[in-house]
Design a protein around this ligand. Structure first.
Ligand code: 5GP
Ligand code: ZN
Length: 113
């Protein structure tokens, strides 16, 4: 998707602070962190949101959750962390490329972050 911010990050057209990368997935630090550790994990293939996950593309989502566990351990989030994916307008999704926020490093409230 030529006009997608996260596709541009994957392509290296926009710089990011990468914490993990493989053939299918990229994890990088959020530009506006809401917690001491705030990382985004995204599939390299463009999927617009959770609502676009289906039988054809869901394998990467399982892989993303393996990566989330690995990255959380790498970041030392032994006290726990939250995984969030905003889907659509009511959730406040601002980038329409599937992403999972990893939030940790402080006691989180019941608010999103
Ligand atoms: P959403 O609001 O769609 O759930 O999350 C989008 C996230 O992307 C936000 O937390 C926002 O701070 C982050 N973000 C937006 N633009 C950039 C960018 O250019 N680089 C990085 N690293 N994060 C970004
Ligand atoms: Zn994209």
């Amino acid at each position: 998707m030529s006009d997608c911010l996260f596709c541009k990050i994957i392509a290296g057209e926009i710089p990011s602070s990468k914490v993990y990368e493989d053939d299918l997935v990229l994890a990088f630090r959020d530009i506006a962190p809401q917690a001491p550790t705030h990382i985004l994990v995204i599939p390299k293939a463009h999927i617009s949101s959770v609502s676009a996950i289906n039988g054809e593309n869901s394998a990467v989502v399982a892989h993303i959750f393996e990566v989330i566990a690995k990255v959380a351990a790498q970041e030392g989030l032994t006290g726990g962390y939250r995984v969030v994916s905003n889907c659509g307008d009511h959730a406040g999704q601002t980038v329409h490329h599937l992403h999972f926020h990893i939030l940790g490093g402080r006691q989180l409230t019941l608010e999103m972050a």
